[in-house]
Ligand binder design. Structure first.
Ligand code: SAM
Length: 279
């Protein structure tokens, strides 16, 4: 269990604020003693966020150094390859128009998409001002609309986007159903959102062997932090049936698919396709 001043704190902060918050809040969830300040924050959280052990407040307050560390950490080969895989997938589905990346973080997915198709109009949204600052730096030579904001309440017009994407963020949202309803509102009719999420009930053997293969390629620091970060993400993530139940409670109920896929040869991802059909 982490304690104040423990190296685990830095490791978790390097990964992302969500995991960091989970580190503390899970202590309360599991019935152990919690730091008083965290306990009072947790008590104010909505029920769902408490179950996940995170809150949007923590992303809002993410320090700039944590966002920079996250960007550095995610530059390792397996995650860069994951981003390239998702970018390839996205440009194969849209030739022109407006593309939004929700929970864009460091903005590297938008960068890759632009490299593959410079004609797309790119938009990025993230709740964390620190992450948006990093994304602006990474996309400084690329025309893009990067905004700080919440998935569940954006200021884009109705029927605005030709494609919405989101990688490794939905599982961190306080209000995932509301976020999905917002995606429904801002998508053009007939268009789709593509969400790439890790899921808790991943096949542990396949996951472990893929992880071992990747670890050999990493520098010592990332070799140490990588498995820790991944396991944390899997602990926080929903099970596949929970994602299905979540989507079924939204306007995408009759028009979604969910499949297990590999990104960078790691079999821990779901590709969730949500299509906006009317009537
Ligand atoms: C694990 S990072 C993923 C970043 C990037 N998509 C990637 O693949 O590396 C999750 C991101 O989601 C953002 N986020 C969390 N909750 C959000 C919300 N409700 N609305 C928008 N962004 C959110 C966080 O600030 C963080 O940048």
């Amino acid at each position: 269990m982490p304690c104040e001043g423990c190296p685990t704190f830095m490791i978790a902060a390097t990964y992302d604020a969500g995991s960091w918050c989970k580190t503390w809040a899970s202590v309360e969830y599991e019935g152990h003693e919690t730091r008083p300040r965290m306990r009072s924050i947790c008590n104010r959280l909505p029920q769902k966020a408490r179950r996940l052990g995170i809150s949007e407040t923590h992303f809002l307050n993410m320090p700039h150094c944590a966002a920079w560390l996250y960007d550095w950490f995610m530059r390792m080969k397996p995650t860069a390859t994951q981003t390239q895989d998702v970018a390839q997938d996205m440009v194969s589905r849209i030739g022109c128009g407006r593309l939004l990346d929700i929970g864009t973080g460091h903005g590297r997915l938008l960068f890759e998409i632009h490299r593959l198709n410079p004609t797309l109009e790119l938009f990025g949204l993230d709740i964390s001002p620190a992450m948006i600052a990093v994304a602006k730096k990474n996309l400084k030579d690329i025309s893009s609309d990067l905004r700080q904001g919440r998935s569940e309440h954006t200021d884009y017009p109705d029927d605005f986007f030709d494609l919405v994407t989101c990688t490794g963020s939905l599982y961190l949202w306080d209000y995932p159903e509301e976020g999905l309803e917002e995606i429904f509102r801002i998508l053009k009719p007939g268009r789709s959102a593509y969400l790439f999420e890790v899921y808790k009930d991943v096949d542990p053997d396949a996951f472990q062997s893929a992880l071992r293969a990747h670890l050999r390629e990493l520098d010592p620091i990332r070799r140490l932090l990588g498995p820790y970060a991944l396991r944390k993400a899997l602990r926080i993530a929903y099970r596949m049936d929970e994602y299905v139940a979540m989507i079924k409670s939204t306007s995408f109920v009759y028009s979604f698919t969910i499949e297990k896929i590999q990104l960078a040869s790691v079999p821990m991802w779901l590709r969730i396709v949500l299509t906006k059909t009317l009537g």
